[in-house]
Write a protein of this length. Sequence first.
Lengths: 177, 281
Amino acid sequence: MKYLIYFLFLAIVAGLNAGVAPFLQAQGAAPNFLFLLALAFALDKENYDCFFIALMAGLFMDALAGLPPGSFSLPLLLMVFLASAAARQFLVMDASLKFLGLFLLPAQLVFNVGFVAVNFGLFKIGMTSDFIGWANFWRQFASSFLLNLVFIYPVYIAVVQLKIFIRKQILREYKAR
Amino acid sequence: MVLLATYYILLTTFIMRFIYTKGFLIFFATLSAVFFLLLLQAKGWLGPVRQVFVQAPRPVAYLVGKTAGSVKGFLAAVYQLRGIAAENATLRGQVVELQRQLTDYDQEKRDNEALRKQLGFADSVKYSLVACSAIAENPFGLTDTLVLNCGGKQGVAVGQAVVSEGYLVGKIIYVDKYSSTALLAISSKFSVDAQISKTGSYAIAEGSFGAGMVLDRLPQTQDLQAGWLVTTAGINEQVPKGILLGQIGDVISSQNDLFKKTTLLSPIDFSSLGFVFVARP
């Protein structure tokens, strides 16, 4: 039930990203709500749902960008693993709004570098005919980071509300039994 | 040597702390799932799964795109009100001039067809248009691509031209059974053979980092005038001849360069492509 709700929520966010991205672009960069969603889940120390979120969000991104599976999924999984490990190691309290900006820059660096590396690997083995390249990455990094910084706070609040909703659903199911 | 050994032991211990955690096991399991999906993709069995991920966000993307488009259109109209009246007057004059030219072209076309018939030329290649709608456009700002809701089942193939309002806007680079991906003409990876309609000179039209297009490989001795129309040359059999690309803009190369290069201005708004056509030869 929980994972079905996650999947539907991800489908809505993916649709939001696809519909809104062309109108919110700056220097060719657009905010990536699915990436921000995965990062927000990665900072949760209670469970490991972030990996399911990262896998599904990555597959949505691969499908919507027309790239082979793994192009976005692999770097997103790596980013989530590192962010989750860092949150468990260094955050004494649960993640809150003030830690988000701190995690965003290294997370975005890992994600973007990982994406270019995976894309290069897939290009070399012939799974994709389009190598994105470093030029695109450097050209858009600053504007992409600033756009993500603006939207990470509403995304985090949405994630918190989703978790509250899921907890209520689980409690309701438990009481019904 | 001792320092290296200490460094190696510390690094291994640090890595071992993460390898024997639940998080790493789940991470490894999800990585394996992704590699399994890659294997399915290589075998060509991933179509149904991919369709779920492409189609699931469509309703939301459509609604959000429509709403955002309406808001953008309203705000743009308010912002540009002053210039709209002047542009309207200029366009009316251009329409009258184009109608006069159209009459001349119709006559020339009739003469051309009569001459071709007399000389026994074969009919020029025709192409059919497949109507498609855009599911997602450059959603993550990295690929300059457009995902369309038509694929191999509708006869779409790699290399075919994507057209909107009579202008070339991209080429198909990936085809699935029910969807396909087009590379936009403004992408730096895009190139197509081009021809200046006024003089018949050949050139290459290339995308320019998501910002526009340029016309390259023109001879330095070529005389050019801003506003001349540029069309596809039809050298590549997948891209039909005569599809409009844009108008010549400013010359951006210097006289010492090997080839002359100009900007190529397209009236298409590449950020809001809703419905397009794929030209099937």
